[in-house]
Structures are given as C-alpha cells and as structure tokens.
Design a protein around this ligand. Structure first.
Ligand SMILES: [Zn+2]
Length: 444
C-alpha cells in the first residue's frame, strides 16, 4: 500500500481557518439555531466537489433552524457505511469566566479558542478534513463514509439524532459510528503516559421530576400539609439512600486493558477497582447509579405555605441497569404516595463490541501516531448520540483523536474551551488514517 502524499502543513492551515470561522457561528443550545453552522459546512463540502448532501430539517412550531446534514462519500457497497458523527450545537458560556471571547474564533500562540473547540466543532472539522482528503486523493472506497452533522445534542437530541432515528431511520443504517465520548489524555491512573479512551459504552440518563401537592395556607399557622415539607422529606431520603457500588463488565475490561498495557501494575479485581473508586470521583460515578439533585421549585411568597413543590433529579444508571426497576426503587425510597415521579428523559443502550475491525484500526493508528500510547475501551459517564446508534445495532465508538492534559480537558463545557493547532493536526492525521483504512477498497 503506497502512502498518500499530503502536505500536512497546508492541510492544517486550512483546518485552522475552517475551525476558527466555524467557532464564530453561535449555536448555543438553547436555542441551538444550527442552520447557519450547517450551511457553513455545506459550502466547504460543495467547494470541494462533494455534492452528495441531504438535509433533515427538524424545525417545528416551537423551534426553528434545527437543520441536520448528511454528506456522503460513496463506496462500492461491498461493506456498510461508517458514520463520522458530530453535533453542531454547543453548551452556553459564562462570558465572565473566559480569558478570550468564546465566539471570536481567535487563533493565538498556536491555540484556537472558542466554545465548541473540542466539543464538538473541532471534531467536526477533523472529520470534515478526513472527507476532503479522501475525496482529493481519489481514494476508492468499499463503504460509504458519511459525515453526519446533527443538531441539539446538548439538549437531549430531540431535534437531532432522536429526530433522525424516529423520522429517518435509514440514516442509522451503518456498520460503524465514530463520535465523541472518549479522547486522549497525557496522564491516566497517576501515570504520566499518554492513553486514549475509546468509549464503547455509556451510563444511561434517567432524569426524573418529583412533584407534590399540599394545602396552601398562611405561613404563621403551620398545618402539617405543606408541599415543600413533603418534597424535602423525599429529597432527604434520596440523599441518604446508600446505593451499592459494583463493577460492570465494561469497566472491568477498561481496567484489565490498562493493566495489560502497563498503566496499572497489579492485575485489577473488583475489590481493587472499588477501592480506587473510593478516592476518585470519576471511578466512583462509574461504579454506581448516581443521583444529583438539580433543581427545586416551590413557593410564591415569604409568608405563604406553598400548595405545590417540584424538584428534578439527574440519575445516571450503570450500563445494564433496568431503568424501570430503578424508578421503582426510587419510589420505595421516597415511600410517600403523594410524591409523584415523572420521567423527563430515560435512555439506556447496549455496549458496543470491543473486538471489531474498527477497534483494530484505531489501535494501529494510535500506536503509529502517539509513541507509547494505548487505547483503553471505556465507559463514559455522560451520554452521547452514540446511544441512538447503539440502540439500532450499530457499533459506535467515542473517540476524539486529540491528546489533552488535565488543564485542557476541564475546559469542555467549562470556561476557556480551546484546542491547540498541534492537537488539531494530530486529530486530522489520525482521523484521516482511520477513515481511510476502515473504508478503502483493496484492489486485487
Ligand atoms: Zn458534545
């Protein structure tokens, strides 16, 4: 196999320019308004003679500009497509916390600043560059490579992946998906050595709303039927609920691989993993069904006993947990039939298999590009659009091929989100190689 001749300096200059401009398009969700972002990407594809583009408009009475876009590089059909998935919306910013304007697309000292630099406009550009290069080099494909830019990921995907699954299920007809969910870090398990998480599974959101009613009254005469009192008792019981910690098979596989690859000295056991989880918030979250109390609403006035009260709780369930059974447990813990439980978002998905051609390619490409780095199949605490594909039987991996230190990693959803040009280069090179190897037609 001859190696393609690519002037990477030129490619990365191009990628930097694209990402910088892309970051100036404010797609903060809510409201999202992803259409201008999608049109921006469309124009670049068309300029590069990539015209197999389909739009899926999820806009409705409530929300406009919710455009999704699918761009296809066709293969000969002898294998099913790989989807390079990315979302065009971003989470809100608190401007006062930023050192630079989050929507200026500033490039300074080798760093590209902006909300979405990694999550996930940066990844979108990395995927786009892979498409452009494959097109320019005339690489012949056995499978379609599909660039899928979706809306609304940051707010539950109702206008994005969920909409596509419901209204256009043909979009999900693929063998593989590459998406967010895992990335490279310069340090893992206390060892200063690069590793890449490749998310094969994720915890399932189980967002519940608790509400209760009581009798209104004057604050000066308590009567024992105060809705807020009742809600607080329920929340108190939830907080005191001691849930077991367990090691699911997907997490055990992560630690075994870390051991095999030499990051973890001793062979991990369930007991040793649970011990690590005691002093590590991330591992703790990965070994139990977590609950965060997130909002409480009650009352109208200082001296009025409220007649209604409600709260939202954000539960995240381990892979393999039966959400309905969990909700029944919550009900039993609250132990008050006057508190009603409503489901706001409940989803759980099967894990993707670890032994695949795509995983082999990811491992190979990682070894070749980052010295001494291994790929660890991981479980993500957050949920991503991968769930929609996994539920449709597609193998979906969370793998953003950039290598971040801790100070950069915390900027995702936080202040000062940014990506170094060096990381953009690594990402473009790795993504191109992964896409090329998994999709190219090997002529006889
Ligand atoms: Zn994201």
């Amino acid at each position: 196999m001859s190696e393609p001749d690519i002037n990477w300096d030129e490619v990365i200059e191009e990628a930097t320019g694209i990402l910088s401009r892309y970051l100036t398009i404010d797609t903060t969700n809510p409201p999202g308004n992803e259409e201008p972002a999608v049109r921006f990407l469309e124009e670049i594809f068309r300029k590069n003679d990539i015209d197999d583009i389909t739009f899926y408009d999820a806009s409705d009475e409530v929300s406009k500009g919710r455009l999704n876009m699918l761009v296809r590089l066709p293969g000969d059909g002898s294998a099913k497509p790989i989807v390079l998935l990315n979302h065009t919306d971003v989470v809100p910013v608190e401007r006062s916390g930023w050192d630079e304007d989050p929507f200026s697309g500033l490039v300074k000292d080798g760093i590209i600043w902006g909300r979405g630099a990694v999550d996930m406009k940066g990844m979108g550009v990395i995927e786009m560059i892979a498409m452009l290069l494959i097109k320019r080099l005339g690489i012949r494909l056995k499978r379609d490579i599909v660039f899928l830019a979706v809306a609304d990921e940051e707010a539950g995907s109702e206008y994005g992946a969920e909409f596509l699954a419901r209204e256009h299920p043909e979009v999900l007809d693929a063998e593989y998906v590459l998406n967010e969910g895992g990335w490279g870090t310069t340090q893992v398990m206390g060892v200063d050595r690069p590793s890449f998480s490749c998310a094969v599974s994720e915890k399932g959101p189980c967002w519940l709303k608790l509400s209760t009613e009581g009798r209104p009254g004057h604050g000066s005469v308590p009567h024992g039927d105060n809705a807020l009192d009742r809600l607080l008792r329920a929340l108190q019981r939830i907080q005191e609920w001691d849930r077991p910690h367990t090691v699911v098979p997907e997490l055990a596989a992560y630690f075994s691989e870390a051991h095999r690859a030499g990051y973890l000295k001793d062979e991990p056991t369930d007991a040793s993993i649970l011990e690590m989880a005691e002093s590590n918030l991330l591992y703790s979250a990965l070994t139990t069904n977590t609950i965060s109390l997130t909002t409480v609403n009650a009352g109208v006035k200082h001296n009025v006993i409220p007649a209604t009260a409600e709260a939202t709780i954000d539960c995240r369930l381990l892979p393999g947990t039966d959400a309905e059974a969990f909700i029944e447990e919550v009900r039993a813990v609250i132990d008050d039939p006057q508190v009603t439980i409503e489901r706001a978002l409940v989803s759980n998905t099967p894990p993707s298999p670890i032994d695949t051609e795509l995983m082999d390619v990811i491992k190979q490409v990682t070894r070749e590009h980052v010295e001494d780095a291994a790929v660890l199949p991981s479980v993500s605490t957050g949920f991503t659009d991968s769930r929609v594909f996994r539920n449709a039987g597609v193998t979906a991996y969370g793998f953003i091929p950039v290598l971040q230190d801790l100070s950069e990693a915390v900027t995702i959803h936080g202040h000062n989100e940014r990506i170094s040009i060096e990381n953009l280069r690594l990402g473009c090179q790795m993504m191109f190689e992964i896409a090329r190897r998994i999709a190219r037609r090997i002529s006889s």
